[in-house]
Write a protein that binds this ligand. Structure first.
Ligand code: NAP
Ligand code: ZN
Length: 349
């Protein structure tokens, strides 16, 4: 026995998404049933629904920025009650026993974490994500959304928020640090808000100046267009940290030139094609080029609490299920301010 729920699925790679129904498993003792209110559209959804990251499981119900309320809990769940405001991000399970799981960095589970969608659970069943009205998730992978953050603006925090919070923390964004955020999209706009709240001096590096006013309102003190070659001269050697959120290839060497000696560029953007760099761009200046993958569950909760404390939510455009394919086109064209969020009540209406 399982529960049938309305969802939006991509039937095959690159095919338009359409309404469907899916089954959610009956509650196990440690499961939480969530009535999903909002699901953010992450560029990773688009990469995967279009097959840009290689083999994928179809039909695919994307969505790993999930916010809603608890509708039921399994017999062993003590942390959550019916009515609690909760969120689910990119993972729904992991082994729980390896050194990474024990350290609260489940994204690095040696058995592989179970992705919220386009994954296979330890029970062998495919996972389906948040573009749906209900989801069943193991309690340990559910986070609490603090009162004071609306569920709509909270949803994108579950991926865009944690994916930028984690490297900003790890690489010391804070007072006295000059931080550049490359790409002002879903991740980038969260990075600007978070880095500014951490006390860093934030510069946005966007393709053009058309979102400059927004960037400054979100917390950046400076804003430059990367299409203007002089940007790479003016800002040479300026930054302690560069966070690249771009969903496409970028000229990495040019950006490494913007780092101070000893500075670091952290890549969270995940284009399907490789990024390349010249070894001398790192050698000359003891620079670091790093990556960062989402964040563990404890840090995700920490990020949500930080956002509540600092009055931070995502900037969103709420859409109906009818508009998901158009939203994919607009995200691909860098035409989003700054995250599309699906009102899941529209999936069956
Ligand atoms: P998004 O909303 O589409 O934002 C990406 C931004 O990159 C765009 O707004 C645009 O900013 C810039 N951009 C796009 N194409 C570009 C190009 N050809 N050249 C230069 N800049 C370009 O995407 P997102 O949801 O923030 O996701 C960004 C990337 O992070 C995706 O690849 C996604 O898969 C990845 N991601 C990684 C993780 C992780 O764990 N590491 C987690 C989530 C997402 P401007 O208009 O300001 O130039
Ligand atoms: Zn994501």
């Amino acid at each position: 026995m399982s529960t049938t729920t309305h969802a939006i699925a991509a039937p095959g790679p690159g095919a338009p998404l359409e309404r469907t129904t899916i089954e959610r498993r009956d509650l196990r003792p440690d499961d939480v049933l969530i009535d999903i209110a909002y699901a953010g559209i992450c560029h990773s959804d688009i990469h995967q629904a279009r097959g840009e990251w290689g083999e994928a499981i179809f039909p695919m119900v994307p969505g790993h920025e999930i916010a809603g309320t608890v509708a039921a809990v399994g017999s062993a769940v003590t942390k959550y009650q019916v009515g609690d405001r909760v969120g689910v991000g990119c993972m729904v399970d992991s082994c729980g026993e390896c050194e990474y799981c024990q350290a609260g960095t489940e994204q690095f589970c040696v058995k592989g974490n179970v992705q919220t969608y386009n994954g296979v659970g330890f029970d062998g069943e495919p996972t389906y994500g948040g573009y749906s009205q209900q989801v069943v998730v193991k309690d340990a992978f559910v986070c609490r959304i603090p009162d004071g953050i609306g569920l709509d603006v909270a949803a994108p925090l579950l991926c865009a928020g944690i994916t930028t919070y984690s490297p900003l923390r790890q690489w010391g964004a804070g007072p006295g640090k000059k931080v550049a955020i490359v790409g002002l999209g879903g991740l980038g706009h969260m990075a600007v808000k978070l880095a500014a709240a951490m006390g860093a001096e934030v510069t946005v590096l966007s393709q053009s100046l058309k979102k400059q006013e927004d960037g400054k309102r979100l917390g950046a003190t400076e804003y430059y267009a990367t299409a203007d070659e002089s940007t790479f001269e003016v800002l040479r050697g300026k930054f302690d940290l560069i966070l690249n959120t771009v969903s496409a290839q970028i000229p990495v060497d040019a950006y490494l030139g913007l780092l101070r000696t000893g500075g670091a560029m952290v890549n969270v953007g995940a284009p399907g094609e490789p990024l390349s760099y010249n070894a001398f761009s790192l050698i000359a200046g003891n620079k670091a080029l790093a990556g960062s993958m989402i964040g563990g569950i404890p840090e995700t909760q920490e990020m949500l609490d930080f956002c509540a404390e600092h009055g931070i939510g995502a900037e969103i455009e709420t859409i109906s299920a009818d508009d998901v394919n158009t939203a994919y086109e607009r995200v691909s064209a860098s035409d989003v301010r700054y995250r599309f969020v699906i009102d899941t009540a529209t999936i069956n209406s």
